[in-house]
Design a protein around this ligand. Structure first.
Ligand SMILES: Nc1ncnc2c1ncn2[C@@H]1O[C@H](COP(=O)(O)OP(=O)(O)O)[C@@H](O)[C@H]1O
Ligand SMILES: [Mg+2]
Length: 585
């Protein structure tokens, strides 16, 4: 039994409190199928989220089988299924893979057979078995809704909340989905609450809740709905609602609710008597456990962190390789960027004139020689410095491209999965490992490929490490941005600006005004990577550099340390952004 006692969800609007859900009181027995209807914006989604625990109630209390959810803790993630308005499946995966990932993330399965049995069962239940191998991208609207349901059913939730799962469907698919929800509510004593704007197929529900401006205007059987609102057709309920203030509707409902609840109870008794409801509540618990052959404790535990991490990483890699466009883009960047750098290598390879011992030459000759040497050094030195800066900037660009959309692009799925029990730590770790792979490939390839065309003199390992570090720093910072921004577009834009400012502010191309430099420098990853990498040069390159650089080169240790701080800050931001809730409403 789910019970709401005077539940409110209040927000502050223009300094005034506003009840989006206003003193809602309801009783919903097990094995019940309820529709939540009402005009657009009346608070249906808000009520559903309040029941789910996503909108903490501001007043009143929610009860589940005699347990006060606000005091004794919310339902476990596996006990609730929440099918939101948006699709929670990835286009690149198949139906089967989507359900498998959902199962692995939400329930601790005993072994491979247990996993397969669960997947097969929901595939059958939702009628998706014949199209299990199809990619999500080609599914019809109705099939996608089925998939959304299937992904929730894997944990055998006791409470299933659906938000507009029939909107935008053709009438036939709509009826099929409502029928499916009806069947689901008949099994295992499950409560199914379905938000819908549509007033079609109401006869399939056990009860209808009519909301008006966040207030309950009616909650009773579908048959009595038209009678209560004194209209001929259910379609006329909304116009009728608009005729009276919601406050009035509520008070008239409070007067009549008893009689309507009595009718609901009689209907329910009839269903039991006809054997249409699976089992009464208490007997059901025992039956369920026997069927699962598991102790309730086994069922309750969500999969461990490591197991979730593996599933998420596996899924991320699969999505990456399935997405041809993404693979192509990554390959193009990987190949073209180092080629761009190589274009500049001939200048760095030019022979530099050296000082002779100077004996027997006139002062004039000595001065000329000195000027010549200086000229060569300048040429080569700026080419070498430029090549390194170019590598650093291109790797920064790759870093921002790696991470900018990574979290922001799937934010709603992430929120949904966190609600389903996925640990933010497992999620973030899977991103970090996946991105680390990209970073290593990109940076080492950049360092190695350019090396082939350039007789690099110096500590190559040091040079490569700083290239890895700058890519990692930008990736981490942009991942942080991605986790904090509301949309992928904003995250991309901000990341691109961030890279764009690296080059001019690095001071490696143009020296900055003395007063500004100390202020900006600490934030410019490109400077520290350039400085650390340039420091690895030796021999003639080193002397060439000494003659060109107006920009001061910092000690390697400091460069290393600052870049590590950048990476750490990026990761901290990513952690904050990932773990804080960010639902769209
Ligand atoms: N957390 C929130 N903060 C501010 N406004 C909100 C919040 N949640 C919902 N709203 C607003 O409350 C109203 C009801 O929203 P909603 O429950 O989504 O309506 P619907 O019945 O169409 O599902 C809308 O005007 C929406 O913008
Ligand atoms: Mg809604």
């Amino acid at each position: 039994m789910l019970e709401l006692k005077d539940v409110c969800f209040t927000i502050q609007k223009d300094g005034e409190p506003l009840n989006l859900v206003d003193h809602a009181s309801l009783k919903i027995p097990r094995g019940h199928f309820m529709a939540i209807v009402g005009p657009s914006g009346c608070g249906k989604t808000t009520l559903l989220k309040t029941i789910a625990g996503l909108n903490p109630e501001s007043d009143g209390s929610l009860w589940w089988n005699g347990r006060n959810l606000s005091e004794d803790g919310d339902l476990e993630p596996w006990e609730i299924g929440y099918v939101p308005q948006f699709s929670i499946a990835y286009d690149q995966l198949t139906v089967d893979e989507s359900i498998e990932a959902a199962t692995r993330l939400r329930v601790k399965t005993k072994n491979a057979e247990d996993l397969d049995a669960r997947i097969d069962r929901v595939l059958e239940e939702t009628g998706l078995a014949p199209i299990a191998d199809r990619p999500v991208s080609v599914l019809s609207g109705g099939q996608k809704r089925r998939l959304g349901l299937a992904m929730e059913l894997v944990s055998h939730p006791k409470l299933l909340l659906c938000d507009e799962v029939t909107s935008g469907l053709d009438p036939r698919s709509e009826r099929e989905i409502v029928n499916l929800l009806h069947d689901i509510s008949r099994k295992e004593g499950r409560i199914v609450l379905s938000v819908t704007h549509s007033l079609a197929h109401l006869e399939l529900y056990d009860s209808i809740l009519v909301l008006h401006e966040g207030r309950v205007a009616y909650h009773g059987t579908p048959e009595q709905l038209t009678h209560y609102f004194s209209v001929d057709h259910t379609e006329l309920v909304y116009p009728q609602l608009a005729k009276q203030a919601s406050e009035k509707w509520r008070s008239s409902w409070l007067k009549h609710s008893e009689t309507y609840y009595a009718k609901l109870e009689r209907n329910r008794q009839k269903l039991y008597d006809q054997g249409l409801l699976e089992l009464p509540a208490d007997e059901l618990e025992i039956e369920e456990d026997e069927e699962e052959q598991a102790t309730p404790e086994d069922e309750t535990r969500s999969p461990g962190l490591l197991s979730q991490f593996k599933t998420l990483l596996g899924r991320r890699m699969r999505i990456f390789f399935r997405d041809r466009g993404q693979v192509f883009l990554q390959l193009a960047i990987l190949i073209c960027f180092p080629l761009l750098v190589v274009l500049f290598s001939p200048r760095a390879n030019e022979n530099m004139r050296k000082f002779t011992d100077g004996s027997g030459s006139t002062l004039q000759q000595k001065l000329e020689e000195q000027a010549g040497v200086q000229e060569d050094r300048l040429k080569v030195g700026s080419a070498v410095s430029g090549i390194i800066m170019f590598q650093v900037v291109l790797l920064s660009l790759m870093g921002s491209n790696n991470a900018a959309r990574e979290i922001a692009g799937e934010r709603q799925i992430l929120e949904k999965e966190k609600f389903g029990g996925v640990s933010p730590l497992a999620y973030l770790s899977s991103k970090v490992v996946f991105l680390s792979g990209l970073i290593l490939i990109q940076s080492l390839w950049m360092a190695g490929f350019v090396e082939l065309f350039w007789s690099f003199e110096g500590d190559f390992a040091q040079h490569a490490i700083f290239l890895i570090l700058v890519n990692a720093a930008m990736t981490a910072i942009c991942l942080g941005i991605s986790s904090l921004m509301r949309t992928a577009e904003k995250a991309s834009l901000l990341s691109v600006y961030l890279v764009g400012f690296q080059l001019p502010l690095s001071g490696a191309v143009l020296a900055l005004p003395e007063k500004i430099e100390p202020l900006t420098r600490p934030f410019i990853s490109a400077y520290w990577a350039w400085s650390g990498s340039v420091d690895s040069l030796s021999g003639q390159y080193r002397s060439a550099l000494a003659s060109i650089s107006e920009t001061q080169i910092s000690s390697v240790n400091l460069c290393f340390f600052v870049l590590l701080i950048h990476i750490t800050l990026g990761l901290i931001a990513s952690w904050v952004g990932t773990s804080r809730p960010q639902w769209e409403h």
